[in-house]
Design a protein around this ligand. Sequence first.
Ligand SMILES: C[S@@+](CC[C@H](N)C(=O)[O-])C[C@H]1O[C@@H](n2cnc3c(N)ncnc32)[C@H](O)[C@@H]1O
Length: 246
Amino acid sequence: MSNIKAVHSNKKNYTLLLISVLSVFFFFVSYSIAPYCIAEDKSSVKGNLFPIHTQSSQVITEEMIDIIVKACDQSLPKKIENQLFSFKTGGYYVEKGIFVPTRIKDPNILTAFNKVLKPGIRFLDLGSGDGRVVFLASLFGAASTGIEFDEDIFNSGLKARDKLSNRFDLSKTELIRGDFFEADFSGYDVIYYFMSGSFEEKRLEEKLAKELKQEAILVGYIEHEAFKELLSVGRIGKRITVYKKR
Ligand SMILES: C[S@@+](CC[C@H](N)C(=O)[O-])C[C@H]1O[C@@H](n2cnc3c(N)ncnc32)[C@H](O)[C@@H]1O
């Protein structure tokens, strides 16, 4: 009788061991093939992030970000710059929306980009303004595209890229002048959108819900969980919501 019990409990132990080994194995396999690692982290990102060790071999220093910001700021026409920083307007109103550039030194942005960008990722900035986010994404190794409708702002992006191209490898960046509603979003892995930048946000939300690839993500800046047609899958820092297709 006691022998039978021992055989049973040995079997049970082996089964438990097998389940544990398989769970660990599947966890590591799924983790290593997952294109993005998004942690649920609602706290604000504090402290000095620099130098940033990216998922590519590139190390990003604070000075590099300052160079991008300076080149972009200096490329903007004076009329835009004046309104941009006026308390009254809070931004520069253009035909398709409001131009306010992302503060690319924001630790929330830097942390988010370091989690979701790496070589092989195709990145798109919807309404890319003066291109600073596109340039930033390329430092993280992504093939980086921006689409901007406003001609003056778009041209300032080209000017900034010229200034920056002797300092950085921007060969994988593309600035397109046009309406992002005419683009096909399905070719991108990570799409960035500065929330409220477009006057047609509902239409944009519907297009994203239709065209995002199943495994692609949308990184929304500042406003949280505004897109109900998409699935909010987490936050990075205090200012970023990450969405996927439902
Ligand atoms: C808030 S700004 C963000 C600029 C840039 N993404 C950044 O974060 O620095 C929004 C930009 O989207 C552009 N925009 C809005 N609707 C657009 C559309 N349908 N097609 C292309 N650009 C658009 C505006 O012209 C404006 O420059």
